[in-house]
Write a protein that binds this ligand. Structure first.
Ligand SMILES: Nc1ncnc2c1ncn2[C@@H]1O[C@H](COP(=O)(O)OP(=O)(O)OP(=O)(O)O)[C@@H](O)[C@H]1O
Length: 768
């Protein structure tokens, strides 16, 4: 069998591509005939494909791909390659397609989206950021137009009308987070017409491994401020006097702080002889912990600044001050108490949803990414998705060099700089991937000292980031970036306009260097994949040192090696230690994912119950019927005095309020339970079982309680000036809401560590 044919058949363990490959000749055979058609006739052909149900029959698939190919050629000037069409067909079957960087996933995704849309499905194409959502929608718009499919996009600053309009199109492009925030906000509306997100049909997820695996456990949060809870200034004063090591200990990563026994004694004494672990007052310990977290782990000018008498968070990953962002769970107030500034209104988490739960709402899921195969098992376990490995259009000729291992960070840095200097002499563009923003800065300084001018991707918005990355293939360019920067942007050799392409190809193409291996080999692969796009020449190499976090945290052994004069460790056995450490790290990440998944499962079930009930109240007469049964006389009086319609509207508002209020409180209870459970059951029982054991009975009376409260509020309702004022019975919606992803602020790391600890070092805590 010819190599070119074999390449098109697919990879063992992945979806069999043969059924798709078989159709390619027929698709090609239609091409000439379609070229003869006018634009309107071509569109008519596409629309004709809509007169049947999904899935596509092989004959219809052929037509769809052929028409799509011709439409793309006319509108975008790009004729989809065979491999892209294989991707389209795999997406239409609901698979995650692995296509290398620069193979044209945007176009394949658009053709698949159009395929779903033509058959009456609403499609959400989910990107990793706003910039890509908008860029891809605008880029593909002419193609959709020619196929008779409408398209829209949503960005962070889209208003409600723009959102409604975008979601009203056949295909909508949005960042995963924006979609999630819309879903959360929709769950809080008091008028069904205010909802923006339609019923989910199909989601096509770009960068599917990042979204479905790396970010799956990240909660998207809707927070609101209604009533203020007094922050504990006394607590702040008590913890201010505590001494490190004597009274509290901080874990190695600076993510967690714990009172020692001496610390517990000191706090109990300072608070007037209380018992922090008293069964009957469970609120003290969390308050002390918050104050301690604020005092010890959150540093002024690192994590936040105090400006104009306010505490403002610095977004660590992006290095800029985040407006409208606050810490959750009273932490904001604890920091304000620490800094002795006025306590702002305390926000509370109204509701949250994990990325995983968000995408699981879709009956049909598909995804695309350059690196899916190594997470194939997870995609199957968590999402029942299979991976289709689509071969590249041209063979990959990139050279991936072996990892270079050094004893210390300095030696690793020296080696990387020396290599960069050498490569730079030939004019080859260099892309250096680092682990975080701070590291990028340090490395850039060293490069500049060595006379290498470089661009650092840092604290920019997505659009700027993309345009910098787009130029990373320019002759002589040196670009330093973190893993996540400029995602979804193609690095073309010779600059974005490829004007200097020949010279760069001649020199050897893009040289990618990794400053440290990532927590998973898949992330290494993503960086490598930046070079060698579409059969381009290129190289990749990683520099690692024994004091890299990856090795310090996960290596089986870290001493006893020998080095060369330049500090390099060349022994194969030690290189195997690096690979092993990465596998341990991957296992740990998977464990965290699994754990969050297990915790969230129960929460999701409970949320579903509440939401179902809420729907009946919002769109039906459930609220009114219940208060009529529970407070018959008052109901009759009010109807007589006003009219049935206005009474029903008030009953609806009151019932929704108590449902939402109840859910917010229950949510807070669950997260407190989850955070506290490992302390209380340390080493004795499975914390997850305990969590379920306590969370289930508490939820049992949830709906009845909300109904009883609504009835009580309803009974107190008075007519004032011919109107029913629900706020007079305490029914107040949050005056302001805001959203965030939990990995945006430091509390998340504490939570993650906590989850990690549920599995890990069970014995190291105290006081439990
Ligand atoms: N059939 C085609 N013919 C010519 N050029 C194409 C074709 N398909 C895609 N391209 C071009 O290839 C480039 C890469 O496309 P795209 O950005 O969609 O790649 P990708 O697979 O999403 O890569 P990444 O992994 O960087 O997101 C784009 O500039 C696009 O215009």
């Amino acid at each position: 069998m010819a190599e070119s044919v074999r390449r098109l058949l697919g990879k063992p363990g992945a979806v069999d591509l043969r059924p798709y490959t078989k159709l390619l000749p027929a698709i090609e055979a239609e091409e000439e005939g379609l070229r003869e058609l006018g634009d309107a006739e071509l569109k008519e052909k596409a629309i004709q494909l809509g007169y049947a149900e999904l899935p596509y029959s092989p004959a219809d698939l052929v037509d769809l791909c052929a028409v799509g190919r011709e439409a793309a050629r006319r509108t975008l000037g790009e004729r989809p390659f065979d491999v892209q069409l294989l991707g389209v067909m795999a997406l239409l079957d609901g698979h995650v397609t692995e296509m290398a960087t620069g193979e044209g996933k945007t176009l394949a995704g658009a053709l698949a989206a159009a395929g779903f849309a033509l058959r009456g499905k609403r499609v959400h194409v989910l990107s990793v950021n706003d910039y890509l959502a908008r860029r891809d929608a605008d880029w593909m718009r002419p193609l959709y137009g020619m196929l008779g499919v409408t398209v829209g996009w949503i960005n962070e600053d889209s208003d409600t009308e723009e959102r409604k309009s975008a979601y009203g199109r056949d295909v909508t492009y949005a960042a995963v987070s924006e979609l999630g925030f819309d879903v959360l906000r929709d769950r809080m509306v008091t008028d069904a017409d205010d909802r923006v997100v339609p019923e989910p049909h199909v989601a096509i997820i770009d960068e599917a491994d990042s979204v479905l695996v790396d970010e799956a456990r990240v909660p998207l949060v809707l927070a609101g401020a209604a009533e203020s809870v007094p922050a504990d200034i006394e607590m702040a004063d008590v913890v201010r006097d505590l001494k490190p090591r004597l009274h509290y200990e901080v874990d190695g990563e600076g993510r967690n702080v714990q009172l020692t026994d001496a610390g517990i004694d000191a706090v109990e004494k300072a608070l007037g002889g209380v018992d922090l672990y008293a069964e009957d007052d469970s609120s003290l310990l969390p308050q002390v912990n918050l104050a301690l977290h604020a005092q010890v782990l959150l540093q002024r000018d690192v994590h936040y600044v105090v400006r104009d008498g306010e505490v403002r968070i610095i977004n660590e990953s992006r290095g800029r001050i985040a407006l409208l962002q606050r810490w959750p769970d009273g932490l904001q107030a604890a920091v304000e108490a620490k800094e002795k500034v006025a306590i702002s209104e305390t926000g509370e988490i109204l509701d949250s949803i994990t990325v995983q739960a968000l995408v699981m709402r879709y009956p049909t899921l598909a995804g695309m990414t350059g690196t899916a195969m190594s997470v194939a098992e997870q995609l199957r376990e968590f999402y029942e998705l299979e991976v289709a490995v689509v071969p590249s259009n041209k063979p990959n000729i990139r050279e991936d060099h072996g990892t270079r291992l050094y004893a210390t960070r300095e030696e690793k840095e020296d080696a990387l700089i020396a290599r960069a200097e050498e490569v730079h002499k030939s004019g080859r563009p260099i892309l250096i991937g680092t682990q975080d923003v701070a590291e990028s800065e340090l490395l850039a300084d060293r490069l500049r000292e060595a006379g290498l001018e470089c661009v650092v991707l840092n604290a920019k918005n997505d659009a700027d980031e993309a345009s910098i990355i787009a130029e990373a293939g320019t002759y002589g360019a040196v670009t330093v970036s973190t893993q996540m920067a400029g995602r979804g942007t193609d690095i073309r050799l010779g600059g974005s306009d490829m004007s200097d392409r020949d010279r760069v190809v001649e020199a050897g193409g893009l040289f990618v260097m990794g400053f440290g291996r990532y927590p998973s080999s898949r992330l290494d692969g993503q960086l490598r994949g930046r070079a060698g796009r579409q059969g381009d020449p290129g190289d990749s190499i990683f520099f690692v040192s024994m004091d890299d976090d990856l090795l310090v945290e996960h290596a089986s052994e870290t001493t006893g090696y020998t080095t060369t004069a330049l500090g390099e460790i060349t022994d194969e056995a030690w290189l195997a230690v690096v690979d092993h450490a990465q596998r341990v790290s991957e296992g740990r990440l998977l464990e965290v994912h699994r754990n969050t998944w297990r915790y969230n499962k129960l929460i999701d079930v409970q949320r579903e119950v509440v939401l179902e009930h809420r729907e009946l109240v919002l769109t039906g007469d459930q609220g009114d019927r219940h208060v009529k049964l529970d407070r018959k006389e008052r109901h009759e009086e009010l109807v007589e005095e006003l009219d049935a319609e206005r009474v029903a509207a008030a009953a609806r508002l009151i019932t929704l309020y108590h449902l939402d209020r109840g859910w917010t409180d229950h949510n807070a209870f669950l997260s407190e339970l989850r955070e506290g459970i490992h302390l209380r059951y340390l080493g004795r029982r499975d914390p997850l079982d305990e969590f379920n054991r306590e969370a289930v009975p508490v939820f049992k009376g949830f709906l009845d309680q909300a109904r009883a409260r609504a009835a009580e509020s309803f009974a107190e309702l008075e007519v004032v000036d011919g109107e029913l004022d629900v706020s007079s019975v305490g029914v107040k919606r949050p005056s302001m809401t805001w959203t965030y992803m939990v990995h945006d602020h430091p509390f998340s790391s504490a939570l993650e560590t906590l989850v990690g600890r549920l599995k890990g070092d069970r014995g190291s805590s105290n006081g439990g």
